[in-house]
Design a protein around this ligand. Structure first.
Ligand code: ZN
Length: 153
């Protein structure tokens, strides 16, 4: 079976930056799965996997436009300290969900001043060229339930 619409794919991978630093990798002996064609992984990787079978290896370099996009300055916001609960411990690097014009996003605290807290809603890998090296571990037909839910089980 080849990767295409309505298939569930298992793959293992190592993600590195353009400079070769390891950013992320699937745990030893484990793979991640996704329902193909649902944009649950970045387009540059999803497109690369089309037509591959179990056992196929891949090595793809993904530009930001096919990855996590370019940095959006509007996603960086300076919020009055008073919008947070008075007893909230706010620390640099802290993440929380925030409601924005783009919907629910995860933001990270990037600066703390006396009266203001700056948060950044950009994905941590935004603007980066990414290299994925890995192997297709399995391809199978999606179940009716998975297609109904729009994700792999
Ligand atoms: Zn489900």
């Amino acid at each position: 079976m080849l990767i295409g619409p309505n298939t569930v794919v298992n793959f293992s991978y190592t993600l590195t930056s353009e400079q070769g630093d390891i950013i992320d990798q699937s745990p030893e002996g484990e793979s991640m799965s996704y329902l193909h064609g649902t944009s649950s992984i970045i387009p540059g990787l999803e497109n690369e996997l089309i037509g591959k079978a179990a056992g196929s290896e891949f090595d793809v370099t993904v530009k930001p436009e096919d990855g996590y996009g370019e940095r959006i300055e509007e996603m960086v916001q300076k919020m009055p300290r008073s919008t947070f609960p008075a007893d909230a411990e706010i620390e640099l690097g802290m993440q929380f969900g925030a409601e924005t014009a783009q919907g629910q996003v995860t933001v990270v605290v990037t600066e703390i001043e006396d009266d203001f807290v700056t948060v950044d809603g950009n994905h941590p890998l935004v603007g980066m060229t990414l290299r994925f090296v890995g192997k297709v571990e399995g391809v199978r037909e999606a179940t009716a339930e998975e297609l109904d839910h729009g994700h792999a089980h």
